[in-house]
Write a protein that binds this ligand. Structure first.
Ligand code: ADP
Length: 506
């Protein structure tokens, strides 16, 4: 096993990876940009090395800077986390060329699976059903392909991720424009302008399977996660197991994911994503060649530490256990807490998180990258923390999540906590009757109306202001309730009175 591993990341995921390294007796080497001096993750390891200015491009995304830090610290391996360089085949190759171990798949696997079209071909060859779609080409070719598929279609960037570069198109006149704008965006964001069209499935569910591969054609799965609660094609709340999935379908999905991982001779931890239609038909969507943001729900139900498994595979080139050792127990559900303002179109927020209080409780895990007094920089993804609640049943886990969200407090920076509290309480979430479009189609309108409506209860508004003002460190910059009476600090809205109901939720 390695003695020293560099974590090429920041925030909650860097802290989470460091925790497993320390537990395994491995020294975690942290890196930080100028914007992250004093950040929680810089204190999570046994040393921390500055790698450049605040701009990600010149620090966390700078391959030479990261490799330089690894050399300086004498690290033997690099864990990329998610985001930044995690899915860069060039980075994985550079790490190996420097004689270090990249904790993840091979550069070739990252390259192939990171190209959605190449991944689709691989899936199809492995006998896995893929979303009907086509190979791309110029806008004329796309139009011909879309006509065959039938509208609506989705235009996608071949190298896309994070919901970027994806456009739903209802008819041919819109296609050309959508293809061109998606292509421009793809070139800027992913360095490649290729786009293609895929049939847009109606009201699907997003179900994904966690896999581990040994790199020699051996692969196992660690059950599935349901990630349909999305906004702008990005996940908000995730859970495992997927509720309401019949056993036959559950095992077919897992088998399809394992077939694909074996066909790719996949190495390390990965996620095979599917869209599942109402009638149970499922289609391959894409593979993510890294640890996912939502990996903790799998850890809670399987009892497997996925970071430890990644390290074991990287060091020993074999699977640490076999399929028969994987058993799911109970239920886990996660909510992503972001510095973003739900009452202003989820605009990312930055500033000093003057006071932070994460909840504690039985079967409640908090993966956080921020504590009181930390800066939330403008330069990076605004994720602050994840709340992961477990329980014997889905109902118990969800109740713990709701209570945990209520008890969480962030002052100084606006967060999406009010949105998460309302969402976790929604009847559709309780009944698990949602699809990938439900938040935007039905939930958001009612939520936004309330978030911008006049105060429904002046007493409540007064309480919120009082609570905000008595917070230490909450000066003029600090939290304030705006004239609508809805606190902008993410501390109290949608929490207190039972009679305060969200339209469309009851
Ligand atoms: P990204 O790599 O940008 O995350 P994905 O291809 O994984 O993009 O898709 C993200 C989300 O977009 C899916 O979970 C789903 O909600 C939606 N989506 C993608 N493709 C389709 C499709 N063909 N039909 C309907 N929804 C889709």
């Amino acid at each position: 096993m390695f003695r020293k591993v560099l974590i090429a990341n920041r925030g909650e995921i860097a802290c989470r990876i460091a925790a497993t390294l320390r537990e395994m007796g491995i020294a975690p080497v942290m890196v930080y940009s100028a914007a992250d001096r004093g950040a929680l993750h810089t204190r999570a390891g046994s040393e921390a090395i500055p790698i450049g200015p605040a701009e990600a491009r010149a620090s966390y995304l700078d391959i030479e800077a990261v490799l330089g830090a690894a050399r300086r610290a004498g690290a033997e391996a690099i864990h990329p986390g998610y985001g930044f360089l995690a899915e860069s085949p060039d980075f994985a190759a550079a790490v190996e060329a420097a004689g270090l171990t990249f904790i993840g798949p091979t550069p070739e696997q990252i390259r192939t699976l990171g190209d959605k079209r190449a991944a689709r071909s691989l899936a199809a060859r492995a006998g896995v059903p893929v979303v009907p779609g086509a190979e791309g080409g110029d806008s004329k070719a796309l139009a011909a392909q879309a006509r065959k598929l039938g509208y609506p279609v989705i235009v996608k960037a071949a190298l896309g991720g994070g919901g970027k570069g994806m456009r739903i198109v209802a008819d041919e006149p819109s296609l050309i424009e959508a293809a061109e704008s998606a292509s421009r965006l793809a070139l800027t964001a992913f360095g490649d302008a290729s786009v293609y069209v895929e049939k847009r499935l109606e009201r699907p569910r997003h179900v994904e399977v966690q896999v581990l591969g040994d790199g020699n054609g051996g692969a196992i799965h660690l059950l599935e996660r349901e990630c349909s609660l999305q906004r702008r094609h990005q996940k908000v709340i995730e859970e495992s197991p997927a509720p309401g999935l019949d056993e036959a379908l559950r095992s077919r999905l897992a088998q399809a994911a394992v077939d694909l991982a074996r066909a790719a001779r996949y190495r390390g931890a990965g996620t095979v994503e599917f869209l599942v239609a109402g009638d149970g038909a499922f289609h391959f969507l894409e593979v993510n060649t890294r640890l996912q943001v939502e990996h903790p729900v799998t850890e809670v139900v399987t009892g497997v530490d996925l970071v430890r498994a990644q390290l074991q595979i990287a060091a020993e080139r074999r699977l640490p256990f076999d399929q028969s050792a994987v058993k799911g127990q109970g239920h886990a559900i996660e909510a992503r807490i972001y510095a973003e303002d739900p009452s202003r179109g989820f605009l990312p927020q930055a500033g000093e998180a003057a006071k932070v209080r994460w909840p504690r409780g039985p079967f409640l895990r908090v993966d956080a990258g921020v504590e009181s007094g930390n800066q939330v920089p403008v330069h990076y993804d605004p994720i602050l923390a994840k709340l992961i609640a477990g329980g014997e049943t889905r109902k118990a886990a969800l109740a713990r999540l709701v209570a945990g969200l209520d008890a969480a407090l962030v002052h100084g920076v606006v967060t999406n906590l009010p949105f998460l509290r309302a969402l976790a309480r929604a009847r559709e979430v309780e009944r698990a009757s949602f699809d990938t479009e439900w938040i935007e189609r039905e939930f958001l309108a009612g939520f936004t109306a309330l978030a911008t409506a006049p105060a429904p209860d002046l007493a409540l508004a007064a309480v919120s202001i009082f609570e905000a003002e008595k917070t230490p460190g909450a000066g003029s910059r600090g939290p304030a309730a705006d004239p609508t009476g809805v606190p902008r600090d993410g501390s109290g809205a949608f929490r207190a009175p039972g009679r305060w109901r969200l339209p469309g939720l009851e």
